[in-house]
Design a protein around this ligand. Structure first.
Ligand code: IVH
Length: 670
């Protein structure tokens, strides 16, 4: 008896999974929704009476797992990169020219064109065809594990289909919410007096980053896959478009508007076509992506910093709307810079209500001839802060008011100075100015700096206003009681904050330098400085001339750095921070040594470099290169005609990288 129930359950499970695939992935259902529901209910009923036959891949199980306390970090095997943007036809032509120059060819380049979905990038890891992990992009190197949440998305297969599924496959895709689902979600939220999402992108991101996957399960999310991060145990086809076909064959969903074009002119035509379609698509797209189709050419082109040279996002023009400037206020930034901000009559721009827009600086105000009371065009481009594009002078009334630079800081009342030749006016209050202090502390705690989660704008504001902290160093002497007594805080949040503060003490020198907020020292410069000087002491003692030996550091930046370390209050603060226990690993060779502690074994012939070169590159990144495979080996790099080392690696379950993925891994340290 139970045998036949088991068989019935198995049959129904397979049947429903197949219908799911046809409906969600192929968009080609064989049966009606009602018929589907009937099958689903039948399976559910059988499983309720015979829970011993419920398998994890049953469609009834896509409901979410037990809530998590926090997300686990996942180090991406291959970094998740970002894309450069093109805004004009000229940018696209220049992109194509750069590619042909790099490839030394005058022939047209074949491109694969895809819509650029506006959602959240996800890496799906399949082992032997089974979904084992899903992670967000995070900072590109380290993301958050969101497997349970992603498993609730119906268009994400738990098991890949087909005979030729690779041993390991990491697929990259965009998780998104359709326009309709987004509107429904917000309508429901409004009815229940709950949080409204600003746009479908935020709704998708907010839904994926839920600790309780049952909440994610209740949100109508979908995915389009657009590439592969890592593949082991199979040779990829020659073209990106063929890779996408493989993904489709394995049951993954690929955007149906993907097209291969002959050259850059084909890209521009594709752009026009998608721009015309944009409004009628059921999901948001914010542009299109062009990718060099031949994988061998992609490899030759490689990467610059965080983006591949072989792909570009051609963005649609930012959305614009018309409104009125009601008032202009001046905000004080971390370095005292005064930014005029227009308070607008609230207006809808691309699905978001905009009530503030930056006016950048006084020069911009004069150049655009902006006055209080003017009718203006505001633009909101992606995540960028809305800005005032232009004044509609034909609508100007007689009672407009001139915008005046204040003579004194609106926060601390110190004098405002404007250095000749500089567009920016600054408050001279420095640490006296609570606005500057707040901004400096907020920057110190931000994700790319010391990464103290929870210590955002609002909390910093509360802490500074309550005089509990007045500098970044004070963060580390805050007491549990002080934090817990704050409004909206409580014991648990205070504990979380403390855990985060404690965690932040273990950092890296580049992060610490960036966190200090030295003028003109962004993330990239902080990395260059750390790589060059290796220790904080050496950097502190460097002269302007020595500093200028560092790439990207010119006389202005060098002067800012020297000035920063010269100020006794900064030196005192650094002392306090170090005394509080902030520390980082010693820098020996490279600035980050991303492969430190990893052992590699090379086998077979590599196309792009000799084994000697590969060894050298790996060692530069901190890895050890060994001659034979053991259980301690982290990776075996297998070129063509690999030897017995590969078999041994497989036998021991050691990760194997083919040349393409090996090259991608090397990018980590470049
Ligand atoms: S390719 C190395 N293709 O855009 C290539 N990205 O700005 C990296 N995105 O993080 C991405 N649609 O989240 C690619 N068809 C598409 C895309 C796409 C949306 C997102 C993705 C990425 C971001 C880069």
């Amino acid at each position: 008896m139970s045998g036949s129930i088991k068989e019935q359950i198995n049959k129904l499970r397979q049947e429903i999974n197949e219908h799911n695939y046809r409906y969600h992935v192929l968009d080609d259902p064989l049966i009606s929704d009602a018929e589907y529901d009937r099958l689903f209910q039948q399976l559910k009923k059988l499983e309720t009476t015979h829970p011993e036959f419920i398998l994890p891949d049953s469609p009834t199980q896509r409901v979410g797992a037990a809530p998590l306390k926090s997300f686990h970090s996942v180090e991406h095997t291959v970094p998740m990169l970002s894309l450069d943007n093109a805004f004009t036809e000229h940018d696209v032509m220049a992109f194509d020219q750069r590619i042909r120059d790099k490839l030394h060819t005058t022939h047209p380049i074949e491109y694969c064109c895809e819509p650029k979905l506006d959602g959240l990038a996800i890496n799906l890891r399949y082992e032997k065809g089974q979904l084992v992990q899903a992670a967000t992009r995070g900072d590109g190197m380290i993301g958050e594990e969101v497997t349970d949440n992603i498993k609730t998305i119906r268009t994400v297969p738990w098991q890949l289909k087909g005979e030729d599924v690779p041993d390991v496959l990491e697929v990259r895709g965009e998780v998104f919410m359709s326009k309709k689902s987004f509107n429904q979600l917000n309508d429901d939220a409004q009815a229940k007096n709950e949080k409204i999402f600003a746009n479908p992108r935020n709704a998708a991101a907010g839904s994926v980053r839920q600790l309780d996957s049952k909440i994610t399960a209740s949100r109508p999310l979908a995915i389009f896959c657009y590439g592969i991060g890592l593949v082991e145990g199979m040779k990829l086809p020659a073209k990106h478009s063929e890779v996408l076909s493989c993904l489709e064959r394995w049951g993954l969903r690929v955007n149906p508007f993907t097209a291969v074009v002959e050259d850059e002119k084909g890209c521009l035509l594709y752009y026009q076509k998608m721009a015309a379609k944009r409004d009628s698509l059921p999901y948001e797209i914010d542009g299109v992506v062009y990718k060099v189709n031949a994988l061998s050419e992609q490899e030759r082109l490689g990467f610059v910093s965080r983006a591949p040279r072989w792909a570009i996002a051609h963005k649609f023009p930012a959305e614009e709307a018309e409104t009125i400037i009601q008032e202009v206020e001046f905000q004080v930034g971390r370095t005292g810079a005064l930014t005029p901000v227009a308070r607008l009559k609230p207006v809808h721009v691309h699905g978001v209500t905009v009530s503030n827009a930056t006016l950048h600086n006084m020069d911009e105000i004069h150049r655009k001839d902006i006055h209080i009371g003017d009718h203006v065009v505001v633009r909101r481009a992606g995540d960028v802060i809305p800005e005032v594009v232009s004044v509609i002078t034909t609508k100007r009334s007689s009672d407009i008011k001139k915008i005046k630079l204040p003579t004194h800081c609106p926060v601390c009342h110190s004098a405002i100075e404007q250095i000749e030749g500089e567009a920016v006016a600054r408050c001279t209050g420095h640490l006296v100015c609570s606005a500057q202090r707040k901004e400096a502390i907020r920057h110190f705690a931000s994700r790319r700096a010391m990464n103290i989660e929870g210590l955002g704008e609002k909390l910093v504001e509360q802490l500074v206003d309550a005089k509990l902290i007045s500098s970044m160093a004070d963060i580390y002497s805050l007491t549990h009681e002080e934090a817990a007594n704050l409004e909206r805080m409580g014991d648990k949040s205070a504990q979380n904050l403390f855990d985060e503060i404690e965690k932040s003490k273990t950092t890296t020198l580049p992060r610490f330098l960036y966190a200090l907020g030295i003028r003109e020292v962004g993330e990239a410069t902080a990395k260059q400085l750390a790589m060059h000087f290796k220790t904080l002491e050496a950097l502190q003692q460097a002269s302007e001339e020595t500093l200028q030996q560092v790439e990207d550091v010119g006389p202005v930046v060098a002067a800012h750095i020297v000035h920063f370390f010269h100020e006794s209050h900064n030196r005192e603060m650094i002392k306090k921070l170090l005394k509080a226990g902030i520390h980082w690993p010693e820098i020996k060779v490279g600035y980050q040594l991303p492969l430190k502690g990893k052992t590699f074994v090379l086998t077979g012939t590599l196309n792009e470099m000799s084994r000697e070169e590969a060894k050298e590159k790996l060692e530069k990144l901190g890895a050890k290169v060994a001659g034979s495979v053991s259980s301690k080996t982290s990776y075996v790099v297998a070129g063509s005609d690999p030897g017995s080392k590969l078999d041994k690696a497989r036998g021991l379950g050691v990760a194997v990288l083919d040349e393409k993925n090996f090259l991608k891994l090397l990018v980590k340290g470049c």
